[in-house]
Design a protein around this ligand. Sequence first.
Ligand code: G1P
Length: 269
Amino acid sequence: MAVRTAVIPAAGMGTRFLPATRATPKELLPIYDTPALQFVIDEAAQAGCTRVVIVTSRAKPSIENYASAASTDKVAVTVVYQDSPLGLGHAVSCARQAVGDEPFVVMLPDEIMGDASLTKELIVLYEKSGKSSIGLKRVAAAEISSYGNVKVVGHKGDTEDIVEILQVVEKPKPADAVSDIVIIGRYVFSPKVFDKLEQIKPSANGELQLTDGLAMLANEHALLGVVSEITRYDTGTPMGLLRAVIEIALERKDIGPQLNSWLKEKFNK
Ligand code: G1P
């Protein structure tokens, strides 16, 4: 079945961005003039999704206001609520009714991708294999503990970047890392994942972790990954957001040259 729905979890309280997030949800903080959330909605549409379901909190009414004006002729944007902040696994399960019994993409809005190629590749892999498929990246040792970490093996008959996931560990201590490969925020799920998410128990941080649902799929040999070198901006911290603003603005034809010459002038003083 074709993948046509993208779920964007956006219920977090954004405490790393206080005091800005007292007034504006993290997902609506601008990358120059465009909210991070819009980049992810655009990516979903470019990857061929026609429905976007944003999982948000009633404490963030501006997300719903934004969503109500975000539908286009290509993509219909709707909102569902996560009433308590119980973790990413729980946030995804809150979209169950809206998604229905069909495959779907999960896109974490903390991560902005240079283009929609990884999401497209994950959709193709799901459609070919029938297995949930997630975005992966090799990182430096010091970064592993900020992410879900996976042990993988090459997937028979496929190119080197396509792997089967054998083990998943959420934010391991450096000594417990199982590889240098981590989960980046793009997932394509079979609807079967919703049954797995019903079974997970609170774990890391006392939260219902999406990673524990992934581990169940991996145990059943039902989880593949694409090890990607896509350009990616992690906007989950204020410094990450600032870098994304500068890099994305430098890439833009309308403002990039002006920003570039201002930066040169500033650093040549
Ligand atoms: C979440 C997931 C983690 C994944 C990361 C990607 O963590 O739990 O497995 O690697 O997103 O950004 P968070 O960044 O929400 O703490």
